[in-house]
Design a binder for this molecule. Structure first.
Ligand SMILES: Cc1cc2nc3c(=O)[nH]c(=O)nc-3n(C[C@H](O)[C@H](O)[C@H](O)COP(=O)(O)OP(=O)(O)OC[C@H]3O[C@@H](n4cnc5c(N)ncnc54)[C@H](O)[C@@H]3O)c2cc1C
Length: 378
């Protein structure tokens, strides 16, 4: 270590992780004069939203399809400083009993599946007639059966959830299936958010722009533990798994992982829409075709299959009460670390989308700046 380094902190902030949480905070802190070092274990920036060109020259998302959507004007305006956008509305079909039908369940889904010709008003009555009364909606099963009944629950949710989470919907918080709406109309968009768009030149380019400030240095392929003591810094911002930070002292927080099978096919288009779900057959949950999502023109096409796993890279915090309890114990330890800030999906053990992580990072920045902030609403 040089003398200069040992005398004063070389960096105001050491940020662990170059995903949305780490990169947004790096940019914000650098913009007000902070000297920032971002340390990332992987060989690239962008976290799970990283995209790149595969061998065929097709832009893919190695960690699964990432579709940007938000209702937050603040988040959209902020990211718009670093990327142009391509309007994109994601559509998903579910393969149920040999038919490809719209997901989320809408008027067409029910009509096609049951050979009916209902109107929106009649669909409301239909749902009311099949819905099961549930006194207190607590689990993911409760949410669905109380809205659309057992048959649709079995066809669309039960198998998918069991594959995705390795748990029955009755064992998962209501929040998991509550994310997927049910529609009385024919709207077949997967999301209904105000802003739905993809970064025009991809996520990685947007991350490059976020991290381009001269006050930001990025160190890839480095676990922060390798350099934490070597590089003086005033404050640590941690966006990795919270239990790993504390050496799993209370035991491992459950995260669900995925194996991705990427394939390139010698046809221009393989799927009718961006994603096809397979709730009941195969070991994979869904297959997605990137060219739908990115709008790229190419004579071949690349797709990804997702195989849920218990072990592997931590991708999804598992929302159930006992995990929330365990997280609370880690959160108490995190709160007691004065020089460390925990932010992001894994560090706060929340099943957050990209826009929610950006919102959380922007709020965290304001807190670090000493601004009064309303309690986290995301
Ligand atoms: C398959 C899949 C699909 C998704 N699809 C969507 C979608 O369509 N739309 C949407 O809005 N959201 C989606 N998400 C969620 C989205 O990926 C996250 O909300 C977002 O990427 C979280 O950003 P983050 O910065 O909190 O975490 P991450 O992106 O996980 O970044 C954390 C970074 O920290 C690094 N790190 C961890 N530990 C260390 C260490 N010890 N030393 C150094 N570096 C470390 C990791 O390598 C990682 O790069 C999806 C997630 C998955 C898994």
């Amino acid at each position: 270590m040089t003398e200069a380094l040992s005398q004063a902190a070389a960096f105001d902030y050491l940020i662990v992780g170059a995903g949305f949480a780490g990169s947004v905070l790096a940019e914000r802190l650098a913009s007000v004069g902070g000297r920032v070092l971002v340390v990332e274990r992987r060989p690239h920036i962008g976290g799970n939203a990283y995209d790149c060109y595969d061998d065929a020259g097709i832009l893919i998302h190695p960690y699964g399809p990432h579709i940007f959507h938000t209702n937050s004007k603040d988040v959209f305006d902020y990211l718009s400083l670093f990327t142009e956008w391509r309007p994109y509305q994601h559509r998903v079909l579910a393969n149920v009993e040999g038919q490809l039908v719209p997901m989320p369940i809408n008027l067409d889904t029910v009509n096609r599946l049951y050979g009916l010709n209902l109107t929106s008003f009649q669909l409301e009555d239909f749902f009311a007639s099949v819905a099961e009364p549930v006194e207190q909606v607590r689990t993911s099963e409760d949410v669905v059966v109380s809205k659309v009944g057992r048959d649709l629950y079995n066809k669309f949710f039960r198998g998918y959830t069991r594959k995705q989470w390795g748990l029955d919907p009755s064992q998962l918080d209501a929040s998991v299936t509550a994310r997927v709406p049910t529609r009385l109309n024919r709207d077949d968009r997967y999301f209904a958010d105000t802003y739905q768009a993809m970064p025009l030149h991809g996520y990685t380019r947007m991350f490059q722009n976020l991290l381009a400030h001269p006050n930001i240095k990025v160190m890839l392929q480095t676990d922060y533990r390798e350099v934490q003591r070597l590089i003086p810094h005033d404050h640590l911002i941690y966006t990795g798994p919270v239990d790993a930070y504390f050496d799993h002292c209370y035991g491992k927080l459950p995260y669900r992982s995925l194996d991705f099978r990427h394939e390139t096919h010698d046809v221009e288009q393989l799927l009718p829409v961006g994603t096809v779900n397979h709730p009941n057959d195969y070991a994979y949950t869904r297959v997605s075709e990137f060219k739908h999502i990115t709008g790229q023109q190419h004579r071949q096409t690349s797709v990804v299959y997702e195989f849920p796993q218990a072990d592997g890279d931590p991708y999804y915090p598992v929302p159930r009460p006992e995990n929330a309890e365990l997280y609370k114990r880690y959160q108490a330890l995190a709160d007691a670390e004065p020089d460390v800030t925990f932010v992001g999906r894994l560090a706060t053990y929340r099943y957050y989308n990209m826009d929610q992580v950006v919102a959380q990072a922007l709020t965290t920045f304001r807190k670090l700046q000493g601004e009064p902030v309303e309690s986290q609403s995301t």
